[in-house]
Design a protein around this ligand. Sequence first.
Ligand code: 5GP
Ligand code: SF4
Ligand code: MG
Length: 458
Amino acid sequence: CGVFGVWGHHDPAPMSYYGLHALQHRGQEGAGIVATDGEALRAVRGEGLVNDVFDEQKLKALEGKAAISHVRYATAGGSGLANVQPLLFNSTTGSLAIAHNGNIVNATDLKRSLERQGSIFQTTSDTEVLAHLIKRSHLQSFEERTKQALRLLKGAFAFLILTEDFLMVAQDPNGMRPLSLGRLNGGFVVASETSAFDLIGAEVIRSVEPGELLIIDDTGVRSSFYTEDRGRAICSMEYIYFSRPDSDIDGINIHTARKRLGIQLAKEIQVEADIVTGVPDSSISAAIGFSEQTGIPYEMGLIKNRYVGRTFIQPSQELRERGVKMKLSPVRQVVQGKRVVMVDDSIVRGTTSRRIVNMLKEAGASEVHVVISSPPLKNPCFYGIDISSDSELIAANHSIEEMRDLIGADSLSFLSVEGLLQAVGRSPEYKNCGQCLACFTGEYPTSIYSDTKLPHEK
Ligand code: 5GP
Ligand code: SF4
Ligand code: MG
């Protein structure tokens, strides 16, 4: 998912609309904006792309001085309009809207406890748990109640919380999902990716820190930490695949990091070929790096039809398979008779690689060498990237040689975990350079299941 927030701007809804456009790649299933004029909160939400959900009239209805917004990529909780965010809770003691990127791994346990105490949930999403925890807390101030609630959550979360009076921004204790703070005219913006800042002319200030809570209101930004138990484990897949190439995470540009992944791969493996081609769009940066390092020319062997959504998002295997065919086409005259290195960012189920190898061979490639700019994905992710079961992961159940055979390639190579860390280039001051590597190594930065007890539970 992607989140965007703005405080202290005279046109918060149009700013959010542009911001969400720059985050559209993070979720295509739904979008929403909740805005406030200081008196009430108003929402526009819908299923589909940002362009499908909003028009000028709808944005007009959201006038005010602040807003939070969201693009949805359904992982926990499934799809449907009730789960489109931001979630909005109206009550006589003040309204509350929440937008969330990530996945709370103990949501089911917390929900069960809350329901035992009488909470009634409106949605099946894990996000709603935070609202109930805040509402049920016995502490005095909203800030203390929110901090207490945040301490109960396990997993990955970047939260934006909007009321009539302030915008709160919370990052999980490991900073697993990207979240940046920026400045726009006299006001402030927050976004999952800095690409959203560039589009609206905002200036990056910094990343929101693990365990940090920001409170933004008409007096400015106030920072504090809600826990002492802080680490650093940004999702590696953000660098490898998920984020936009023009975004920066902790000052590292995504395209540049991906290019270094390709350079590192070229140092780790040996392959003879005539051309290098990347699978558009996410693998082009790595392919350029691989070409630069090996001296094998980069060519446009594959083109993408931009008007088809991301294959991974579509639910069934059958649709996924059809999606890939609609999305990519080989450039016959480029690949004919050539030994082709095909660079892709990752192999999940193996569907994409298998189809592309097949496609390139049908178009006349004499050899296809598949080179992957990440280590094998052997373990499920519980933190909001949609790989939740081992059985879907081809690398969890097959050796590299078996995988090579299954996708029909002449050779298959992956990047090493050490190579990944070195190429991304984050500071070695933290464990694993402050990256989550769980889907590669099986070492999870948080507990995965928990039976958290509520403070107000008898
Ligand atoms: P596969 O086809 O092997 O199941 O998936 C790998 C391909 O899907 C890669 O080309 C990658 O760019 C793309 N992809 C789309 N969404 C995701 C995602 O959420 N995670 C990963 N690792 N790859 C994804
Ligand atoms: Fe990202 Fe993998 Fe960690 Fe999930 S397990 S947060 S995909 S690095
Ligand atoms: Mg891809």
